[in-house]
Design a protein around this ligand. Structure first.
Ligand code: BGP
Length: 474
């Protein structure tokens, strides 16, 4: 659809950027923090661990000042569960509570709204040792953690996100949930863990509304519209299947409190229906209502029909091309350019996805991740000043903001945009040298150098975008 003129971004649009605790903070086992599952697992081959990361724990004032210089109206960060509750439940680490309290105050000093992710891939190792999300007690522990955050920060934090990318944790269950996906009965086990997370989310949304009537809370999955490879009806069915499994399962539950019928039938067909849905669970799901939908978007996915004869499997990264025999088969899409790390780039797909999500759920949307990972290079200009030229990142972000602007003109209600990431940080499985930030952090994979902060070209560009409320993308 063409527009003669575009509707403006809302006046109070939340421009900002995102990080997550274990990827940015460092101080992984300092100041009373307990280990999370990220701290106890082997780092991916060729990458460093999370001990130092971008050292934001020790440098948050400098980082927040730089965000303020860019004009941020929000900063999305996550709270490390094991920093507040080192054993996942019980004993509170007051030093950890203080750290986030100071970070929140620092943001508010510059009128930057904290947008807090309650759980971003870093379950306390102590809970994992007791069965993690397979154990229903983890739902109660999450509620205890939620209550603590609402009590200590609810006077200052207006925006909350429940669980980051629950759908990616479930689809890549071996990576973050630590499940052996080739073992018999694995699918059932995975979707039982998934049920517990959905329940934890529903209970946290309800508690938030009871304790903090003014606050707003929503889910934060990774949503990518799924395209059919061709116009063959069988490919369209496969796209519907994978859309349901990858996207709608999570949003149908968060918004309507119902299990998506396509996913339910698929689970039923392989004897993998979760057996842990207790009396009352579905009522809790139905009663919990999000105030908005947050989602992360990097690219779309494309699938073809599977006749059931292929071998189940996937490629390794977030853009994994899953093969689910008899259901859908991921395929590359020839229309897209790719990032240095092989991720497809589909800005129009961003508009498609926004339109689809809004038409299905009619809730305002905030984008909590979007961005491009690259090997940026620190250089010196003629005057000897540090510079980082990242035109590829500017191109990526510009194209996506343009499409978001079109989506607004299509009638999609947008609340904000937080690309990944505010500062360089550790990638989920490709180390520190895969950089996403507006702010360069001077370290290498294994050599920590001086960790100094440098404004990239994208920093100066994003500052102009925010100052013009999305009108000036030059
Ligand atoms: C999302 C995660 C982030 C982040 C991002 C980029 O899945 O929520 O934590 O890491 O993807 O992915 P990667 O680090 O693998 O490049």
């Amino acid at each position: 659809m063409l527009h003669k003129s575009l509707k403006p971004f809302p006046k109070d649009f939340l421009w900002g950027a995102s990080t997550s605790a274990y990827q940015v903070e460092g101080a992984a086992l300092e100041h009373g923090k307990g280990p999370s599952v990220q701290d106890v697992k082997e780092p991916p081959a060729g990458t460093s661990g999370f001990e130092v990361a971008a050292d934001q724990y020790h440098r948050f004032k400098e980082d927040v000042a730089l965000m303020a210089e860019m004009g941020f109206r929000t900063y999305r960060f996550s709270i490390s569960w094991a920093r507040l509750l080192p054993d996942g439940t019980g004993r509170v680490n007051e030093e950890g509570v203080q750290y986030y309290s100071d970070l929140i105050d620092e943001c508010l000093k510059y009128d930057i709204q904290p947008l807090v992710t309650m759980y971003h891939f870093d379950l306390p190792a102590a809970l994992d040792a007791q069965g993690g999300w397979g154990n229903r007690a983890t739902v109660d522990a999450f509620l205890e953690f939620s209550r603590l955050m609402f009590e200590r920060y609810g006077d200052r934090v207006k925006y909350w996100l429940t669980i980051n990318e629950q759908n990616m944790m479930t689809l890549a269950a071996e990576a973050i949930l630590g499940i052996d996906t080739s073992a018999p009965g694995a699918t059932k086990l995975i979707y039982e863990q998934n049920h517990h997370m959905l329940l934890a989310q529903a209970k946290a949304m309800k508690l938030c509304h009871e304790m903090l009537p003014e606050a707003k809370i929503g889910p934060a999955p990774n949503i990518a519209l799924v395209y059919p490879e061709t116009d063959k009806p069988e490919d369209i069915l496969a796209a519907q299947n994978f859309n349901a499994l990858r996207n709608w399962l999570y949003l149908d539950m968060a918004v309507y409190g119902i299990y998506n019928n396509i996913v339910w039938s698929w689970l039923e067909g392989q004897d993998a229906l979760p057996q842990n849905i207790l009396d009352g669970d579905m009522e809790i799901m139905a009663a919990a209502k999000p105030d908005f939908i947050a989602f992360n978007y990097y690219s779309t996915a494309t699938v073809a029909a599977s006749d059931g004869t292929e071998k189940a499997g996937h490629t390794g990264d977030q853009q994994r091309q899953l093969v689910i025999p008899g259901f859908a088969k991921g395929v590359p899409n020839p229309h897209f350019q790719k990032t240095e790390f092989g991720w497809e780039i589909d800005p129009v797909g961003f508009r498609n996805t926004l339109r689809e999500v809004y038409s299905r759920y009619h809730l305002p949307i905030i984008i909590t991740e979007n961005g491009l990972g690259a090997y940026d290079k620190l250089e010196q200009d003629e005057a000897g000043n540090d510079v980082v030229h990242d035109p590829y990142r500017i191109d990526y972000l510009r194209a996506h903001i343009e499409q978001m602007h079109l989506a607004i003109s299509d009638g999609v209600r947008m609340m904000g945009y937080c690309p990944w990431s505010a500062v360089d940080l550790i990638s989920t499985h490709e180390g520190f040298v895969k950089r996403y930030g507006f702010i360069f952090v001077n370290r290498e994979e294994f050599d920590l150098l001086d960790l100094r902060r440098v404004r990239k070209d994208s920093f100066h560009w994003y500052k102009k975008v925010i100052a013009s409320n999305g009108e000036n993308l030059d």
